[in-house]
Design a protein around this ligand. Structure first.
Ligand SMILES: [Zn+2]
Ligand SMILES: [Zn+2]
Length: 115
């Protein structure tokens, strides 16, 4: 599993350079919405209990920490910090140009788009 080598929290989003050379990108709000903690996802049903409109439009990641060797944790500007994002999830949710194209070509089912 690739690991993040360089993580930058920039005004336009979260940029992650992976050790396999992939240049990942996530919009702040999109990634905040994908939080998998017990407040955001029902642990029993696995269903998301927040909707995108519950997430502040101007939310952004203020800081991050690596959790072991498998995940990242972000401190969001709405003070939500319980969410842990496994590397695998981050790669799956990656919104860089390359991944967007690959997903479009694969005809993958996409959820509601942010914005
Ligand atoms: Zn959460
Ligand atoms: Zn990507």
């Amino acid at each position: 599993m690739p690991e993040p080598k360089d993580i930058r929290l920039l005004p336009d989003g979260i940029h992650i350079v992976w050790d396999d050379g992939h240049q990942g990108y996530h919009e702040h709000r999109a990634l905040r919405y994908q939080c998998g903690c017990a407040e955001c996802v029902n642990e029993l049903t696995g269903k998301r209990v927040i909707s995108l409109s519950d997430v502040r439009r101007d939310v952004e990641a203020l800081d991050y920490a690596q959790v072991g060797r498998y995940a990242l944790q972000f401190l969001w500007s709405d003070f939500h910090l319980t969410g842990i994002y496994p590397f695998e999830t981050l790669r799956r949710l990656c919104q860089c140009e390359e991944c967007r194209k690959a997903k479009a070509e694969a005809g993958a089912k996409t959820g509601p788009q942010p914005g």
